[in-house]
Design a protein around this ligand. Structure first.
Ligand code: KG4
Ligand code: ZN
Length: 350
């Protein structure tokens, strides 16, 4: 649906994100200025189950979403009348969780008679980089989250081309599984990261390079290798060497991510590398990638912590792309767990 007539010079997007276990509502002006960004994490609720329980996630979103919308508007200093459009994560994510945000967004958009912008969650993670810096094109994004591990080429603003992705587990998922094997609660990524940084030595683990020209990733072999080491230690009644295993795992993951990203930066001759997603807070990855980019003279953007983990401000940043092209969503949209990032690319202007 095209609604070009809705275009104003100031655009205040009310953005909603409920794709997984964070309920978040933000008001973002012109895709850049975060006027408010509220995040309510359900981690404590899901911890008892060792992972996200979809039905529980949906229920929690329902409980909090209305109040959070009110509070986000209040904290922004604006009123609902100032809202130019309503954006919501349309996918990927847990379908029941997505639907809660979508229903809320549709209701607000309908009541205010403002356009609805169904937004891609990964486009959000990528455009989180635009909230505190300016993305320069062509750019390459290394997306590392609980559900995604991808290299995405952006030849121009709003155009996404997938050049590599994981063939099995996502990085965050692998971190969580390894953490569980090492005895840590969900989500275990931060525990493994901390231990890895403290460890004095590393257990030698394999690197999944795949075919020489491939930009794809594979993490299940590494995860199995970790589980083997853990089980062997247990069977022999030896010291678990938790820290050394964490460091070995992190070194393997980081080395492959960094090498492939740098190779792609050179092959596609991009002007910036954008790191994003929940795992972008990982200290080992940030440090190695920063050092490597400095050495190679590559400009690297990494969003601040609060815009790396799931949040609605990033959805507002990505939705602004569609505001500019006037590509709005039908009020009949449903959550799409496998929404394609490439297809979500904006129409080119001019
Ligand atoms: O992007 P995100 O907030 O949610 C998804 O869209 O998936 O990412 C969450 C993931 C979890 O798997 C969590 O364990 C991982 O990010 N994570 C980390 C770290 N902090 C969070 N993984 C490695 N190191 C960390 N410091
Ligand atoms: Zn995410």
């Amino acid at each position: 649906m095209m609604h070009q007539e809705h275009r104003e010079s100031v655009c205040n997007i009310l953005a909603i994100e409920t794709s997984c276990d964070e309920t978040s509502v933000a008001i973002v002006q012109n895709g850049k200025h975060v006027l408010s960004n509220l995040v309510s994490s359900q981690i404590e609720t899901h911890k008892a189950f060792g992972g996200v329980v979809p039905e529980v996630a949906s229920r929690k979103h329902v409980e909090t979403i209305t109040l959070m919308i009110e509070q986000a508007v209040e904290q922004s200093g604006l009123t609902l009348d100032d809202v130019s459009a309503v954006a919501v994560t349309e996918g990927p994510g847990l379908v029941g969780a997505l639907l809660v945000g979508i229903m809320a967004a549709k209701s607000v958009a309908f009541a205010l008679d403002k356009p609805l912008i169904g937004t891609h969650h990964i486009a959000g993670h990528i455009y989180a980089n635009n909230l505190t810096a300016d993305i320069v094109y062509p750019a390459l994004a290394l997306v590392v989250s609980g559900g995604h591990t991808e290299l995405v080429l952006l030849e121009r603003e709003g155009q996404f081309r997938l050049i590599g992705s994981t063939r099995d587990d996502a990085v965050g998922e692998a971190y969580d599984k390894v953490a569980r094997a090492l005895g840590f609660p969900y989500p275990g990524g931060p525990y493994v990261d901390r231990l890895a940084m403290e460890a004095e030595s590393a257990v030698e683990l394999p690197r999944a390079w795949l075919e020489p020209d491939s930009y794809d990733f594979s993490l299940s072999g590494l995860k199995s290798a970790v589980l083997n080491v853990v089980n062997q230690k247990k069977m022999r009644g030896e010291e678990p060497m938790t820290a050394e295993i964490a460091r070995g795992f992190q070194e393997s993951v980081v080395e492959v991510l960094v090498e492939k990203a740098i190779r792609a930066v050179k092959a596609y001759d991009v002007r910036q590398l954008l790191l994003c997603g929940g795992v972008a807070v990982n200290k080992g990855l940030r440090r190695t990638l920063t050092e490597r980019c400095e050495r190679e003279g590559i400009e690297l953007l990494i969003p601040p912590f609060e815009y790396c983990t799931d949040n609605a401000a990033m959805i507002g940043a990505a939705a602004y792309l569609k505001w500019k092209t006037g590509e709005f969503s039908d009020l009949r949209i449903k959550g799409d767990p496998s929404l394609s990032l490439e297809k979500w690319s904006t129409a080119s202007i001019g």
